[in-house]
Design a protein around this ligand. Sequence first.
Ligand code: GLY
Length: 390
Amino acid sequence: MNAVSTLAPQPITDEEVRAALDTAVAQVRRNLPTFTYSAQNHSSVGNVYPAVANDQWTAGFWPGEIWLAFEHTGEKLFRYAAQIQVQSFLHRIENRIETDHHDMGFLYSPSCIAAWKLVGDEDGRKAALLAADQLIERYQPVGGFIQAWGRKGNPNEYRYIIDCLLNLPLLYWATRETGDEKYREIALTHARTTLAHSVRPDDSTYHTFYMDPETGAPVRGATKQGYSDDSFWARGQAWGIAGMALSYRYERLPAYREAFERLLGFYLNRLPSDLVPYWDLIFTEGSDEPRDSSSASIVACGLLEMAELVEAGDAARYRDLARRMMKSLTDRYAVKDPTLSNGLVLHGTYSKKTPHNTCRGEGVDECVSWGDYYYMEALTRLSRNWSSYW
Ligand code: GLY
């Protein structure tokens, strides 16, 4: 890991962490009337999230914020609101409403596994196990990966994406709960496939990766949400960093830790001095492209996760960097005036359309629901000995 610039923000103090969490929890409380019986849109519109049905891949993050607010305050109000959300998630998976894709972990870890772990909500456990069953249906033994999107086995959709590393903890959890090794084995295979093909020789990452449906051989990397196939989508790199840390938690393969360091080194070399990246790492200091603040929060969580798994010297380096990133986010990106935004963190980017990618172009320079969630998760990790939802 390279040294951070001398212009970098100072590490956030414990007192500042508490104050930032208090501010975030106050915003979650303000949002309860709007989002107790609704889901929050994946991103804000003019910095204000609309209420939507529970049918997007991002719906789990808002209940995750409610659970983090519950942990910070112990208030029953948050517990009840989060458990109302659990019912919606159970209904969604029982009726397979927009669940035929790989994002079951993003949906069910911060909402339903959290509910089970924190308050023993049986419906949370049931919903998360159904979600794990749905996720392994997308496993492709030819190539050893979980197919991200589209009709299973369709040669044009025969690919996985780096983001999916964050869906795997759902499977590790399902094995622990049921004693059935099949979930864990699929997770381990998918993680090793990602490690084998998604990291480029220069330590950047491919967003998506196609495999050959006949032979299982690697075919090619491509982007969906990055600037272009050969660019460095900032959130993909962040999912890689956090995903390698989580993979290392569940399987102590030295290659995960090495990849974590390599991906992190590439990321740091491309950060502007405030440690919050532009939406694609091809853009560097001085660019007028939008930032993706969510990428920084995800990396902070990855650093704090890895810090729990390694020896003291490296752990201290990772924690110091996470504290600097969080100082920048709390001071310069967090919402300060709730009359202007119902989100927690400004300047996220969901998907910016370019002539070279295939996304629709949504949520550019907005709050994004996972950005808010991971911001709160990182602050929570800094504030207590946190038992992870992942
Ligand atoms: N997992 C999709 C995204 O990060 O936008």
